[in-house]
Design a protein around this ligand. Sequence first.
Ligand SMILES: Cc1cc2nc3c(=O)[nH]c(=O)nc-3n(C[C@H](O)[C@H](O)[C@H](O)COP(=O)(O)OP(=O)(O)OC[C@H]3O[C@@H](n4cnc5c(N)ncnc54)[C@H](O)[C@@H]3O)c2cc1C
Length: 339
Amino acid sequence: MAETLQFTSKPASLRGVLRSDVPMARHVSWRAGGSADRVYVPADLPDFAAFLRATPRGEPVLVVGLGSNLLVRDGGFRGTVVLLHAVLSSVSLVPSANAGAHVDDAPVDVCFEAGVACPKVARFAAMHGLEGAEFLAGIPGTMGGALAMNAGCYGAQTWERVMRATMVTRDGALVERMPDAFDLGYRHVALAPAATTAKAGTNATTPATISTPPVLGEDEWFVGATMRLDAGDGARSRARIKAFLSRRIATQPLQQPNAGSVFRNPPGDHAARLIESCGLKGMAVGGAEVSARHANFIVNRGGATASDIEALIVAVRERVRADTGIELVPEVRIVGERQ
Ligand SMILES: Cc1cc2nc3c(=O)[nH]c(=O)nc-3n(C[C@H](O)[C@H](O)[C@H](O)COP(=O)(O)OP(=O)(O)OC[C@H]3O[C@@H](n4cnc5c(N)ncnc54)[C@H](O)[C@@H]3O)c2cc1C
């Protein structure tokens, strides 16, 4: 029998804002899709932790940053979405261990919370004469999303610079994790089982002690991290940011709602090249269309539903598989119920 959820109103001790039946089209960059049963905007980190402690175990929790890599199906999300953008919003330099013995070219650590927009970190770093975060300038998500996706571009990825991350668990506890606690790859981040699982007993008298490893996005979420950047030249960093942004304006359909690259690039190739070579630019389902400007982008040309977008993703994938034998893997996350 399905568990009856008690989370129908906000416990008085919570200071954030809880709303019901919230259209997620407002909170994802595709501007399409269904509603979340509940949306919680925490007041701050302690309030987010308290919210998790107060939430019944059976309630699915989906943490969302800027929704720039996310689609909620038209039938909606049965659970609570937690919105972190602009809530966990601090970014600062980590005080150096050698304060007082300033070394001009020593790397500098930047500490940020998960709700900070990626471009803010790129600008903050440039303002402090630090290099290595420029690639973040054109990624329209939060740092929490960048950590969860290992976001990257122009030869750089988020986790190459991360020194440690702070997570909040389902019980509301804060846990600090080093990069080796994660299984990291191209647009792939998971908690590494080896870092979190107890070993099974090796003989009949030792009871097995396998505990279920926590799952990123179900049992733990990013609330902040520290990145190590190179001491450099702020002007050079700003020039690089400008060049990266110009390149995006020239190549991406930024005037229409989209979620960036829909598919990961297969090894040694580009998803956009494959899609274009199959003649799929301009292919449409309802209000969703393969962009004529960038074939790995699907745009909402007006009135697209989540099912239009998902059907187009499936159709593109099938055509590319049929024509080239290559199986494209979606980069965008799709959650929720079909209508
Ligand atoms: C125009 C455009 C250009 C883009 N260019 C790039 C690019 O160059 N490179 C690139 O990598 N991506 C790119 N993207 C995709 C997107 O911006 C990135 O994936 C970004 O990191 C997502 O961040 P977000 O805050 O929007 O995440 P969301 O879309 O809100 O969430 C994405 C996933 O991360 C999870 N998540 C979010 N926050 C947390 C958290 N705090 N803890 C745990 N899980 C969390 C969500 O549950 C979801 O599964 C682009 C998107 C657009 C619209």
